[in-house]
Design a protein around this ligand. Structure first.
Ligand code: NDP
Length: 488
């Protein structure tokens, strides 16, 4: 007890420094009881529906339409009809719509952020400060290219493809929608997008932005449903499929589309190496490790889930990491102080539990900071495994949860060899004060993105995508526009 506290019972100094709850109000979100499909600028009802819930307490939020194969075909036909006039608009006119969407997203960002956290489980400070600003930034960025395609791809006569079928996952529902829709529309295509089964609500709210922006009917169509709806979209008469999700489904889509003439881009899983050298700024690196794996509960394809620490600093790094983990606040996604929110679904929670059990079984040492998890909903404490061998499942498979595996290395060559020892190749991080070493490592790491002295940084101008089983094609930057264009 401090001297001040001893002197008075009414001391202004709290005895306990835990945070008081700081819940964000949900009043701003007006949910409908039931949603249809957004096709040709209208809401269409379907025969079947399913419930979408809040992972923080499993409470039902709304009923959502299950699109059948015929519904998907109908949406593709609406997109095809709209393509004729949309693709003929001057780029400067298309840009106006995209700028409008960007501006409306920014204006309604609080509403979207609350809904994203409610339906997906991610902390409000992430949806508010990362997902929403980035989603709006993608529309702003691609709006700028819409009338400059001839300059962006000189002497190549860029032309839109037609109708793009887009299938997105549940980890960044609105941001993935923006990554897909913004470049497609800027290039002059129309789209049919299927959001993930567990997180359809921000995509459905986006339809209201489309309406507000007065986008011509049929340019953006949203069909909700499960995997069978996604499969129907792959089968349909689209000109391109853009998919983000698991490697297994990505492979199935590639097999299905082989020889069809349809274009395809796949953004799949990852098992990123975050590599810490002994000359790095240690505290900064520990922050980067925490951000790399516990951001969005680790539901991140480029999460830094394999930590490689140079042997000489192994002990201080692990000690600082564990200490930092004790300060992470796990709980209500809508609390502004929450660092780690709810796991997206029961299915995902079970997958994380299974892989963590395998890690223990194989002989790794587990550490979880003391934290009280809410009784209802889906939760998993931030976890770190030490004593991990490269062959363990937790070092090989994508866990897609807040679970880190720590391994060691002695030399830069060894770090590269171990980091590349994975079927994936999406991202990597390097922590060192030597610029020359960063470049040396970046040249050798087989990963689409290599961050230096930072992690999980995104920008619409910067292309993102993988090698090997992490897929192919790029999203973001001019590279992200190219797969939506045909060239002579
Ligand atoms: P999926 O690949 O199953 O889902 C991604 C999207 O594809 C969803 O919209 C899904 O619909 C749809 N889909 C499912 N089956 C098919 C199909 N046969 N044809 C076409 N579309 C289909 O991933 P999950 O969401 O089930 O997640 C499982 C794992 O995938 C995670 O644990 C993680 O490892 C990885 N993943 C990787 C992501 C990344 O960004 N790279 C993102 C999300 C997941 P529905 O939601 O209805 O199943």
């Amino acid at each position: 007890m401090t001297d001040l506290e001893k002197r008075s019972d009414r001391s202004p100094v709290p005895a306990d420094w835990t945070y008081a709850p700081a819940p964000e109000s949900t009043d701003i979100v007006r949910l409908q009881e039931r949603y249809g499909l957004y096709v040709g600028g209208e809401w269409l009802d379907t025969k079947e529906h399913f419930a979408t819930i809040a992972p923080r307490d499993e409470s039902p939020l709304a009923e959502v339409a299950q699109a059948s194969g015929a519904d998907v075909q109908n949406a593709v036909a609406a997109a095809r009809e709209a393509f004729g006039s949309w693709s003929k608009l001057p780029g400067s006119e298309r840009a106006k719509y995209l700028f409008r969407i960007a501006r409306i997203l920014a204006e309604r960002s609080r509403e979207f952020a609350v809904l994203e956290s409610l339906n997906g489980g991610k902390p409000i400070k992430e949806s508010r400060d990362v997902d929403l600003p980035l989603a709006a930034a993608h529309f702003f960025y691609y709006a700028g290219w819409a009338d400059k395609l001839e300059y962006a791809f000189p002497n190549r006569s860029p032309k839109p493809l037609g109708v793009a079928g887009q299938i997105i996952p549940w980890n960044f529902p609105l941001l993935m929608l923006a990554w897909k829709i913004a470049p497609a529309l800027a290039a002059g295509n129309t789209v049919v997008l299927k959001p993930a089964e567990t997180t359809p609500l921000t995509a459905l709210l986006f339809c209201d932005v489309v309406r507000q922006a007065e986008l011509p009917p049929g340019v953006v169509n949203i069909v909700t449903g499960d995997g069978s709806t996604g499969a129907a979209l792959v089968e349909s008469e689209v000109d391109k499929i853009a998919f983000t999700g698991s490697t297994d489904v990505g492979k199935a889509i590639q097999r299905r589309l082989a020889g069809s003439g349809k274009k395809v881009t796949l953004e799949l899983g990852g098992k990123a190496a975050n590599i810490v050298f002994d000359d790095c700024a240690l505290d900064q690196a520990v922050e980067g490790i925490v951000n790399g794996i516990y951001f969005n509960q680790g539901h991140v394809c480029c999460a830094g889930s394999r930590l490689f620490v140079q042997e000489s600093i192994y002990e201080p790094v692990v000690e600082k990491l564990k200490k930092r983990m004790t300060t992470l606040r796990v709980g209500d996604p809508l609390d502004k102080n929450t660092d780690v929110g709810a796991i997206n679904s029961r299915m995902q929670l079970e997958k994380i539990e299974e892989l963590v059990a395998a890690g223990k079984e194989e002989g790794a040492e587990i550490y979880q900071p003391p934290c009280r998890l809410p009784e209802k909903g889906y939760w998993f404490a931030p976890t770190v495994f030490t004593n991990v061998a490269q062959s363990y499942r937790i070092a090989q498979e994508e866990i897609f949860g807040p679970v880190l595996s720590v391994l060691t290395f002695r030399t830069p060559d060894e770090a590269v060899e171990k980091a590349n020892n994975t079927p994936y190749g999406l991202s990597a991080g390097v922590w060192t004060e030597k610029g020359s070493r960063i470049l040396w490592m970046a040249e050798r790491l087989r990963a689409g993105v290599v961050w230096a002295n930072t992690f999980n940084r995104f920008d619409p101008t910067s292309p993102f995508g993988g090698y090997k089983e992490s897929g192919f094609g790029r999203e973001g930057g001019l590279h992200g526009m190219e797969p939506y264009l045909d060239f002579e």
